[in-house]
Design a protein around this ligand. Sequence first.
Ligand code: ADP
Ligand code: MG
Length: 262
Amino acid sequence: MAPGAARLVTNAVPSGPMPIESPGGEAAAPPVFQVRGLSKVYRTGEVEVHALRGIDLEVRRGEFIVLLGASGSGKSTLLNILGGLDVPSSGTVRFGERDLSAAGEAELTRYRREHVGFVFQFYNLIPSLTVRENIALVTDIVSDPMPIDESLGLVALMPRRDHFPSQLSGGEQQRVAIARAIVKRPEVLLCDEPTGALDYETGKLVLDVIARINRELGTTAIVITHNAAIAGMADRVVRLGDGRILSIESNPHKLSPSELKW
Ligand code: ADP
Ligand code: MG
C-alpha cells in the first residue's frame, strides 16, 4: 500500500480501486451490514410489542440509505440494533465479518466506540463544555481520531470551536453532534431523525453535511426520517411498516439537499 493510503482504508472505500486480495472482484466485498430474519419483541409485563417482524437487508459500503416509515413502524429499533445499542430477539445481524447478534455487552461497547457514529434528534451536547471540548470527549477514547479541527471543518464550524452549546443555534448544535459522531472515523453513521427538531432550511443544511460526509469520507450513512422528501438524497430508500420492510427503492440520480422540495 502506498504511504498515505492508510487513512482512506480506515474509512471504507466505496469507489476506489478494488482491494488486490479480493479474488472475485466487487462481489467479494462483504456488505457493511447483513441482516437476516431480524425480529424484536419488547415485553413489558403482560404486553408484547412486535417492533420488528423478520427484516432482511444488506447495506453496502459507502451507501446512503434513508429509512422511512410511520411512527412506531420499527425504524429506531432497527437502527439501534445495527448500532449495537439494542439486541435482536431472533435473527442475525452481521457487521462485516462480525456477528453482532452473538456479541456480548463488552464487544458491543467496543463495536460502538470504534465503528459507529450516532446522531439523534436531540444533540446531547454537554452544556458546560465548549464545542471543542465536547468533541474531545470522543477523541480521548478512540484509537485513530481525525484532528478535532478537521471534524469541525467538515461541518463548517471552525469559527465556533470555543463557543458553548448555549451560544449556538439548534442547527449548529446538531452540526457539532455530527462532528462528534464522525471524528472517530466511523465506518457507519447512524442518524435517527437528525432534523426532527429543526426548521426546514436548517434541516436541509444538516442533511447537506451528512451527505457530504458520506460522499467525501465514504462513510456508510443510514438516516431515519418521516420526511419523504429527504428520500431523494439517498442511494436507496427502505420503507418500514409495522415491523416489516414494505419496499426498497434505488435512486438512479441522487439529489443534493438544495434540490429537494419539502
Ligand atoms: P419508530 O422509530 O419507527 O417510531 P420504534 O422502533 O421506536 O418505531 O418502535 C417500534 C415499536 O416498538 C413501537 O410500538 C414502540 O412503542 C415499541 N418499542 C420501542 N422501544 C420499546 C421499548 N424499549 N419497550 C417497549 N416497547 C418499545
Ligand atoms: Mg423512532
